[in-house]
Write a protein that binds this ligand. Structure first.
Ligand SMILES: *Cc1c(COP(=O)(O)O)cnc(C)c1O
Length: 222
């Protein structure tokens, strides 16, 4: 059994070492880890959790309904799952087309606070990866900004795995520039969701405000 409380402490220290005083949100990515592991990290003070698969997330949410967890959806979005995603999460990081944004907005219970959304950007231009090209981000932000039950909060990316710190920073840099440019157009933008276990130091150096960490917290997935 990994000591999750120790792992959390180590990750927090590693983030603070790079970020200094800049506030960084740590999102614990709990996909394919049991509800018991989430419960343990919650008890250690971690409140934001990210899930990739709707059905798996709903099952864990039912088991953890007694905890005030902030749930983030970070996986690919199928159109037929938008109703569950719209209502079972506080954040969605993986919006990559206006059709999905429209469905999330129309299906979100209007009694709930607006759903916080990030636009997923494809930095590696790989056809298999989801996300819009950098040149299309502004148009999608514009579309989301008009929808009543969504709050446009940020940009998110999952770049291809790169070997060195310098390569990782070079990959994130254009996204940070676009984020800074768009913040002037969309004042609600405050979240740059980049950085995973293998590249969070480079992501923070390139302006990340939220890192999504799985392996370094929970250990390897099955
Ligand atoms: C799985 C996943 C993560 C976490 O990855 P680790 O390398 O385990 O830290 C972060 N973001 C997304 C979108 C993921 O699917």
């Amino acid at each position: 059994m990994p000591d999750l409380t120790n792992n959390l402490h180590d990750v927090q220290v590693a983030i603070a070492r790079v970020a200094g005083m800049a506030p960084i949100t740590l999102l614990a990515v709990s996909k394919r880890h049991p509800a018991s592991a989430i419960r343990e990290l919650f008890a250690a003070g971690q409140h934001d959790f990210g899930e990739n698969y709707v059905q798996e997330a709903l099952e864990k949410q039912a088991q953890l309904a007694d905890l005030e967890i902030v749930w983030h959806f970070i996986g690919p979005i199928q159109s037929n799952k938008t109703r569950d995603i719209a209502n079972a999460f506080a954040w969605v990081h993986s919006v990559d087309r206006s059709k999905v944004a429209e469905r999330l907005s129309s299906q979100r219970d209007p009694q709930l606070p607006a759903l916080n959304v990030c636009v997923q950007v494809n930095l590696s231009a790989e056809e298999t990866k989801s996300g819009v090209a950098l040149q299309e981000v502004e148009a999608l932000c514009q579309a989301i900004n008009t929808l009543p039950n969504l709050s446009l909060r940020g940009l998110m990316a999952i770049p291809a795995a790169l070997e060195t710190y310098e390569q990782q920073r070079a990959c994130f840099a254009p996204l940070q520039r676009e984020f800074e440019r768009l913040k002037a157009l969309f004042p609600s933008l405050d979240t740059l969701s980049i950085g995973m276990s293998a590249d969070f130091e480079a992501a923070i150096a390139e302006g990340s405000t939220l890192v999504r960490i799985g392996t370094a917290l929970f250990g390897a997935r099955q």
